[in-house]
Design a protein around this ligand. Structure first.
Ligand code: ZN
Length: 476
């Protein structure tokens, strides 16, 4: 019988994404450019526009879509105090909407019911400025994760907007989740006020989840991140470390951060361009970083051959106490002890599906999880095991349910992750499924993709994809 082992455990706890990180305190990879911290990141996307139409095993893959040139640009400062379990921060973000509005909406995910129960609390400090003028807070009491601001003047589509705010985040001590302070280490995911809208549609109002899962639907953005800590601490974050305590990230939907006392290992993945990979294991974990590094590099290289180039120049793994799984963010994944196994394979796999190709995590949580389970299964050679796994009758055919549904179910993993991977396996030979997903990743890079987008890519390889997916309840 198939035994899914650590993957099963990871999913029952549910796993998360991450983004490219680097380590402060380690030698910076480049020190020549001393970009002022107040300058928005304007570096071009690191991702090569891979055209692999000449791959006979997968003909017709289009050039990868580039990030939206008018994507948001965040300049963020963070002061992390592990012993006090606090983070104070500032955000200065410039963005352009493609819809008319009179509001600006930030999502405050630490104030969702799960994180609040654990003891997290995110508070806006002082007025929020929109285009230099204080904005009125029009938030509803019904959803503490939505900071709704009334602009002093209507904001027409296409007009550049600048918002500035300060915030304070109280960290649970500890929590077995993405926001936690435990002894001398801090884990930060989905932790800062973030702009969330669906391009072409409008602000998102999806509810937070009570599961160990994310609800974010942020569009790809650039980040200029400056982190300060007390002396003696290291930090690992999404993006390129260009001088101590300063990262830039290009075309990432979110960024994550870990602070602690890290034993590190570094290497280079050829995915296929060189990717600087750093693993930091906090002193309280007492593991070698090397097995994490070896597997991360191997999965990056194998998956880039199957699904297209890894999109950024750096990738990081932080290992901190208190969680038994991994949590994915673009460029930096947050891991717990003992996870240098298929859990790590899975979270690295999210770099393609969740980080590069985004999706609405509240409405379509299966979309990235099913595809990432496929990435993991291909690397681990466990597609057959997943195909043989029984799906509980209660969730059979319910692959595409929302997080509101899964909040009340104990079969999220089997119903969404495994059942979704089974649907992909039913399409045909594994190499052709890889090819279809490579097309999907190229077509939808740096976007919020939908189930319809997935089907549109799949039918280019499997003309009968709609009928096959419908057997699993997937009807875009
Ligand atoms: Zn996952």
């Amino acid at each position: 019988m198939p035994v899914l082992g650590a993957t099963m455990l990871a999913a029952l706890a549910a796993c998360r994404p991450n983004g490219g990180a680097n380590l402060a305190g380690a030698p910076p990879e480049a020190t020549a450019a001393t970009t002022p911290a107040t300058t928005p990141a304007t570096t071009p996307a690191a991702s090569p526009a891979t055209t692999i139409a000449d791959d006979p095993a997968c003909p017709g893959v289009p050039a990868r879509r580039a990030p939206d040139p008018s994507r948001p640009r965040y300049v963020m400062t963070l002061d992390v105090r592990p012993k006090a379990a606090t983070v104070t921060g500032t955000i200065d973000v410039r963005f352009t909407l493609d819809f008319d509005t009179d509001r600006v909406v930030f999502r405050l995910w630490p104030n969702g019911p799960r994180q609040r129960n654990e003891g997290a609390f995110l508070e806006i400090v002082g007025p929020v400025e929109i285009d230099g003028r204080p904005a009125a807070d029009a938030s509803s009491r019904d959803d503490p994760t939505a900071l709704v601001l009334s602009a002093a003047a209507a904001i027409p589509r296409g007009q550049g907007v600048r918002a500035r705010l300060s915030f304070s985040l109280h960290l649970p001590q500890p929590a077995r989740d993405r926001i936690s302070a435990e002894r001398d280490s801090v884990r930060l995911g989905s932790f800062f006020p973030i702009l969330e809208w669906t391009p072409g549609k409008g602000w998102t109002d999806d509810p937070p989840t009570t599961r160990f899962a994310e609800a974010s639907t942020a569009p790809a953005a650039d980040f200029d991140l400056t982190v300060t800590t007390p002396d003696g601490y290291g930090a690992i974050a999404s993006g390129d470390l260009d001088r101590p305590g300063h990262w830039t990230a290009t075309g990432m939907r979110d960024v994550s951060l870990a602070v602690g006392h890290f034993a590190t290992a570094t290497g280079v993945a050829h995915a296929p361009d060189p990717v600087q990979v750093v693993v930091g294991v906090d002193a309280d974990v007492r593991e070698s970083p090397q097995p994490y590094l070896d597997r991360a590099i191997a999965v990056l290289e194998a998956s880039s051959r199957r699904f297209g180039a890894y999109p950024w120049r750096t990738f990081a793994v932080s290992v901190t106490p208190g969680i038994s799984t991994g949590i994915e963010y673009p460029g930096h994944i947050l891991h717990g002890p003992g996870t240098a196994n298929d859990v790590l394979t899975h979270e690295v796999g999210h770099q393609w599906f969740y980080a590069l190709v985004g999706n609405n995590q509240a409405r379509d949580p299966w979309l990235d999880e099913a595809l990432t389970t496929w990435v993991e299964a291909r690397y681990e050679d466990t597609v057959d095991d997943y195909q043989a796994t029984a799906i509980p009758a209660a969730v059979r055919g319910r692959t595409t349910e929302t997080m509101t549904y899964w909040d009340a179910s104990d079969a999220f993993y089997l119903g969404a992750y495994v059942q979704g991977a089974q649907a992909l396996a039913a399409l045909g030979p594994v190499e052709k499924v890889d090819c279809a997903l490579r097309i999907y990743a190229a077509d939808n890079a740096y976007r919020i993709a939908t189930p319809s987008d997935l089907l549109a890519s799949l039918v280019r390889v499997f003309p009968n994809a709609a009928a096959v997916l419908a057997r699993y309840g997937i009807r875009p």
